[in-house]
Design a protein around this ligand. Structure first.
Ligand code: ZN
Length: 122
């Protein structure tokens, strides 16, 4: 059976400039938010490459805190800070376990989970 590659290894390989030595040791996000987090890194990378700005942008830690995606960062510029805020806000609409988009106008996400996943173990 093929072993699934750890998301943190993939991130370190793909975006080595974004992470400090200890970032991965203290970071973890639930699987449901992997795509959102990768899209965020892609966007940040593209911005830095095309604008030439914010190349000291570093992610110190990313995790689930109080059921929300939380990204601690340093450096960068206003655009990147805004991108971090948007990413954290967007993740609130997705189930942290299965990644399904929940229409928050109709259904509440409970503790970062869709109603189908809310009673599953952490
Ligand atoms: Zn779910």
């Amino acid at each position: 059976m093929e072993k699934e590659k750890n998301i943190r290894d993939i991130l370190s390989e793909r975006y080595p400039n974004f992470f400090e030595e200890n970032t991965m040791r203290y970071s973890h996000i639930p699987k449901g938010w992997d795509d959102i987090f990768i899209s965020f890194l892609e966007e940040a990378k593209r911005y830095i490459e095309t604008s030439g700005k914010g190349d000291d942008f570093k992610i110190l830690q990313f995790k689930q805190k109080w059921f929300r995606l939380t990204i601690y960062h340093t450096g960068g510029d206003d655009y990147l800070a805004d991108l971090v805020n948007k990413t954290e806000a967007v993740a609130c609409n997705y189930c942290s376990k299965c990644g399904v988009l929940v229409d928050t106008n109709v259904n509440e996400i409970e503790r970062g989970r869709c109603l189908g996943c809310k009673n599953d173990s952490w």
